[in-house]
Design a protein around this ligand. Structure first.
Ligand code: HEC
Length: 134
C-alpha cells in the first residue's frame, strides 16, 4: 500500500512538472528578474569576446545569422522567428537575462546548458553586446 501511495505521488508530481514545463514553453521567452543581478565574469574581455564570436558562428548563426539579425539559413523553417540580436529589445536586457536565455532556451531555440560550459555561455553574452547597432 505504501508503495502504491508513493507511486501515485510520484506520478502526479511528475505530471504536474511536465505540464508546467509545457506551459512555460508555450509562454513568452522572458528571463526571471533575479537574473539581472548576475554579473558577466568576462565582460569587456577581448579574448573571451572573440571566443564568443567563434561559438556564435557554429552554434547560433544557423538560426540567428552571422551578424545576429535573425536571418540564418535555418530561420525560414522555424515555427518562431529567431530574435534579432542587434535590436534594442535584446540589447536593453541585462547580461544575466541573456545568459539565462542561452542556458535554458525556448523551443525552437535549444537549451545550451549541457552543450556549452558556463564560461562559453558568458562569452556569447559578451559577443552579443558587440552586435548592437552603432
Ligand atoms: C534552432 C534555431 C536557434 C539556434 C541554434 C539558436 N537560437 Fe536563439 N533563438 C531562436 C528562436 C526561435 C528564438 C525566439 C524564441 C521565442 O521567442 O520563443 C531565440 C531567442 C534567443 C534569445 C532571446 C532574445 C530575447 O531577448 O528574447 C537569445 C539571447 C538567443 N536566442 C541566443 C542564442 C545564442 C547565443 C545561440 C547560440 C549559442 C542561439 N540563440 C541559438 C532560435 C535559435
Amino acid at each position: 500500500m505504501r508503495r502504491l501511495i508513493t507511486s501515485v505521488i510520484i506520478f502526479f508530481s511528475a505530471s504536474t512538472f511536465f505540464s508546467e514545463a509545457s506551459v512555460a514553453q508555450s509562454g513568452k521567452f522572458v528571463a526571471p528578474s533575479w537574473t539581472d543581478t548576475l554579473v558577466n565574469p568576462v565582460k569587456n574581455n577581448r579574448e573571451a569576446t572573440l571566443g564568443g564570436k567563434h561559438l556564435y558562428q557554429t552554434d547560433c548563426a544557423p538560426c540567428h545569422g552571422n551578424e545576429g539579425k535573425g536571418n540564418g539559413i535555418a530561420a525560414a523553417g522555424l515555427s518562431v522567428p529567431p530574435v534579432d540580436h542587434t535590436s534594442a529589445a535584446v540589447q536593453r536586457q541585462s547580461d544575466g537575462a541573456l545568459f539565462w536565455m542561452i542556458t535554458n532556451g525556448h523551443l525552437p531555440m535549444p537549451s545550451f546548458k549541457l552543450i556549452l560550459t558556463t564560461q562559453q555561455r558568458w562569452e556569447l553574452v559578451s559577443f552579443i553586446r558587440t552586435l548592437k547597432k552603432h
